[in-house]
Write a protein that binds this ligand. Structure first.
Ligand code: ADE
Length: 252
């Protein structure tokens, strides 16, 4: 998988992508991430990337020319036309299911917006997807792009060593995660739940399933409503299956 990130703050993006799981995936060649400085695609003396809005109003708007030039240069480097994602609070809400979809792409180009936004012709003629990471406004698309890259790249096969760990993550099947404990068994008077030290695998499995459901009901009832939960069909089916299994079990 190849990801190009277009930004006016390449050092900020590069720093975050050099560390941890993503940094290691890059070193191992599982993903190639190229951070592009938008100013390299300007043609004026001041290397300007923004201008005043038509119609007046506050703030500045990102100019179309450097963004078109950048995406066209990347596309001309070869291969099939990439997916071009614009990070914006106006976009579709990012979910784990969306990360799964992106992780199966060969080539992804991400545009980090700044200022009041980008010229609408960029969204209309260049961009294939507009993505928001949540209902709040950040000062630019760099942090959102890093969030999307992190969630996406860890789903690329081989990136996370323990595939079971990825499969058990919150949201994978529509439930939050169960609580985790490690040694010591008693810490400052707080004991690890008895069942976890029992060695009884069936009981542990049942306890974890019950905890996931209890947490999801208490903290994220919206995930249970069956509405726009961001799940793909397979995850929704998996959750329905788990609920049925539980009902059957309780019926024993
Ligand atoms: N840029 C500014 N805020 C954003 C958000 N919430 N999601 C994506 N891009 C953004």
């Amino acid at each position: 998988m190849v990801i190009d990130v277009i930004t006016i703050f390449p050092a900020m993006v590069e720093a975050a992508l050099a560390e941890g799981v993503i940094g290691r995936a890059r070193e191992r060649g599982l993903v190639e991430i190229r951070v592009r400085d938008l100013r390299e695609y300007t043609d004026d003396r001041h290397r300007s990337v923004d201008d005043v809005p038509y119609g007046g109003g506050p703030g500045m708007v990102m100019k179309p020319e450097p963004l078109f030039r950048a995406v066209e240069a990347i596309t001309a480097e070869g291969g099939r036309p990439p997916a071009v994602v614009l990070m914006t609070p106006q976009g579709r809400r990012f979910t784990h299911a969306e990360a799964g979809r992106l992780s199966r792409l060969d080539h992804l180009v991400m545009i980090c917006g700044r200022y009041e936004g980008v010229d609408e012709r960029v969204a209309e003629a260049l961009v294939t997807d507009e993505i928001s990471i949540g209902d709040y406004v950040l000062s630019g698309g760099e942090l959102p792009a890093l969030v999307v890259i992190d969630a996406t790249v860890r789903l690329v096969p081989g990136v996370v060593g323990d595939a079971a760990s990825v499969a058990a993550d919150s949201f994978v099947d529509g439930w939050l995660d169960y609580p985790h404990y490690t040694r010591p068994a008693v810490f400052r008077g707080m004991a690890v739940p008895e069942v976890l030290v029992s060695g009884h695998h069936g009981e542990i499995e049942r306890w974890r399933r019950a905890e996931r459901e209890r947490r999801t009901r208490a903290r994220r009832p919206d995930l249970l409503s069956g509405g726009d939960d961001g799940l793909d069909t397979a995850s929704r089916a998996s959750r329905a299956g788990a609920a049925k299994e539980k009902r059957d079990h309780e019926g024993d």
